[in-house]
Design a protein around this ligand. Structure first.
Ligand code: ATP
Length: 218
């Protein structure tokens, strides 16, 4: 599972998903847009629109799946509930992995039922350029005894472990940077799939008022 706001999906998400699948030997990567992200301001565009862009971005990419399960639930989109629903589908013995970027990982201890995340799945942290902050102490306690050093050690069990992964391609692309460029009328070519860029253009998304502020590289 690679969850996110995908506001909008970009090449950092998609390339990471492809490389996660290759490096970990996954059957598939469920890319799951949050309907109502609990830990951040409401996205500028609707979850339906974000899902539509995700579908366009994925296109026919083998092994990547736009999964709308969080849009089919009411209330905040808690990852622990999403993992429970994947676990129910896949069975107790399947190896289930929740992948998060390092920036999202830093706040993991604040998520709903962080222990429950590990009861359902492994957590794989994708190192991101410009996101190297040290771990808060609450997070360190949550992780105690869970970290493994290799993919093999991770895959030896169905859940409960943590692996930090440096993927081959690290792209310093963020949705915040894309929204900011669009709001300023600047080019976003080659930061996201062309079909997504054309969709944003034709629908006039993220122009002016609905674009959230934020740092250049986030
Ligand atoms: P925003 O700038 O709006 O916060 P974002 O670009 O970080 O958005 P999200 O939808 O919040 O995108 O990210 C979903 C997941 O993908 C998170 O775990 C995030 O850390 C990860 N991610 C986002 N961009 C990248 C990237 N360039 N490389 C690797 N992982 C990424």
């Amino acid at each position: 599972m690679l969850g996110g706001t995908f506001d909008p999906v970009h090449l950092g998400h998609l390339r990471s998903a492809v490389e996660l699948r290759e490096v970990l030997g996954l059957d598939r990567v469920h890319m799951i847009p949050a309907h109502l992200p609990p830990h951040r301001a409401a996205p500028g565009v609707s979850s339906r629109e974000r899902l539509a862009m995700l579908c366009l971005g994925i296109g026919e990419t083998p092994g990547l799946l736009a999964d709308d399960r969080e849009l089919r639930r009411d209330g905040p989109s808690y990852s622990v509930d999403t993992l429970a629903s994947l676990r129910a589908e896949l069975g107790a013995q399947a190896r289930l992995i929740m992948a998060v970027g390092h920036d999202a990982f830093l706040r993991l201890a604040e998520w709903r039922d962080p222990e429950g995340l590990f009861a359902q799945a492994h957590v794989v942290v994708i190192e991101r350029p410009d996101h190297g902050a040290p771990l808060p102490s609450r997070l360190q306690s949550l992780l105690a005894g869970r970290e493994v050093a290799s993919v093999e050690a991770l895959l030896a069990e169905p859940r409960g472990r943590l692996l930090r992964l440096s993927l081959p391609t690290r792209l310093a692309i963020s949705a915040t940077g894309i929204r900011r460029r669009l709001a300023e009328g600047r080019s976003v070519h080659y930061l996201l799939p062309e079909a997504v860029r054309a969709h944003i253009d034709s629908r006039g998304l993220y122009r002016g008022d609905d674009a959230a502020p934020g740092g250049e590289t986030r």
